[in-house]
Ligand binder design. Sequence first.
Ligand code: FNR
Length: 382
Amino acid sequence: MRLTDCHNIPDFRELARRRLPGPIFHYIDGAADDELTYRRNTAAFDDCDLVPDVLAGLETVDLGVEVLGRRVGLPFFLSPTALQRLFHHEGERAVARAAERFNTWFGISSLGTVSIEEIGETISTPKLFQFYVHKDEGLNRSMVERCKAAGFDALAVTVDTAVGGNRERDLRTGFTTPIRLTPRSVYEFARHPGWALNHFFRERFELSNLKDHVPQGSKVSVTVSDYFNSMLDPTLDWAKAERIAADWGGTFVLKGIMSVADARRAADMGAHAIMVSNHGGRQLDGSRAPFDQLPEIVDAVGDRIEVICDGGIRRGTHVIKALSAGATACSGGRAYLYALAAAGQPGVERALGLLQAEIERGMKLMGKAAVSELSRENLRYR
Ligand code: FNR
C-alpha cells in the first residue's frame, strides 16, 4: 500500500498502521476506557442528514472562513497534538508546512517535538500554541513569552486534562515517552525498520517547548497520563485561566469546553473562541460528542464567541454538517496524524487535499457557494 492508494482518511489510517510500530500507532489511534466517546465523535455525524438545494448554477465555491481573527482558506484546521516526531521524523515541521500550503491554522502542542521558535520561522500562516498549564510557574511564563517572541497568533489553553485519561491501549502496549526498550518494543521496531532507522539514527529530538524545565532522557520514561498527573496544575480554574489570558494579551481560546454553562463563562471572560472538544475521546469516556453538543452551545453563545467543532472529523461532509449546525470552523487531530505517519509532509498534503476536495464537492452538491450560506435549514437530525 502506497500514498497514492489513499483515497480517504481511513486509508491513511491503514497505511499508518502498517508503517508504525504497534505502540506508536495505538498511541495515536487509541482513546480512554471503552473508547465509547472516540467512536461516537465520528458516528454522531451519521445521525444527521444533509438536505441539499439544487440548480444553484455554481462553477466555483469559496471555502474560506474567518476564524480566530484571521481569514483562512479552509474551514478545517490542524488541532495541536503531542510528540509528532515519533510518528514521522519531520514531525511538526512537516505538518506546519502542509498547513501553510492550504492556508489554514496550524496548532502546536506544549508537548511538541519542534520548538516554538522553529515553527515561528518555518511558516508565515496563522499558528496557535496549545498551552498545558503546568505546576511550574516558570515554565508557564517561559512558554507564553516564547510564543509572543516567535509571533504566534493565538493561544489555546486545554481545559479537559484535570487528570490523565485512562488510555488502556498505552498500558497494554507499554507506550511511554521517551520510548523504553523492552524485548517487546525491540521486536516491534525490528518489524518496522524504516521507522526505527529514522527514529534512532536521525537527529535526536526532545520536547523542545519544555526545555530547561522538564528533565529529559531515558530515565524519565512515563505514560502521557502519568505526565499529566505529575506535571500539570490540578488547581487550574477560571481565575487562573483569566490570568493566563491577560498575560498573553492576544487571541485567546479555551480548548475542551463541552457544557453550555462553561461556554457562557468563556464568553463572559472575553475568550475569542472555544473549541468544543473532548480531546478526541482520550480523556472522559462517555462524554458527549462535540457535534451532538454543538447546537446547544451555538444557540447559547454563537453571537458572542467563535465556536470550533473539534473531533471525529474524517470526511468533508462532516465539516459541512458542523458548519451548517453553526460552527465557525472545524478542527481535528487524527485525520492529519495518520497521514503524517503514512508519508510525512506529502501525506499531510494529500490528506488535506482530499478533505478540501470533499468539502468543495459537498458544497457544490448542497448548492452553496460559500460557507456562510450553510445553515440548519439544510440539516435534519434523525
Ligand atoms: C491529541 N490531542 C491533544 N490535545 C491537546 O490539547 N494537546 C495535546 O498535546 C494533544 N495531543 C494529542 C495527541 C494525539 C496522538 C491525539 C490523537 C490527540 C487532542 C487533539 O488536539 C484533538 O482535540 C483531537 O485529536 C480531536 O479528535 P480527532 O480529530 O483526532 O478525532
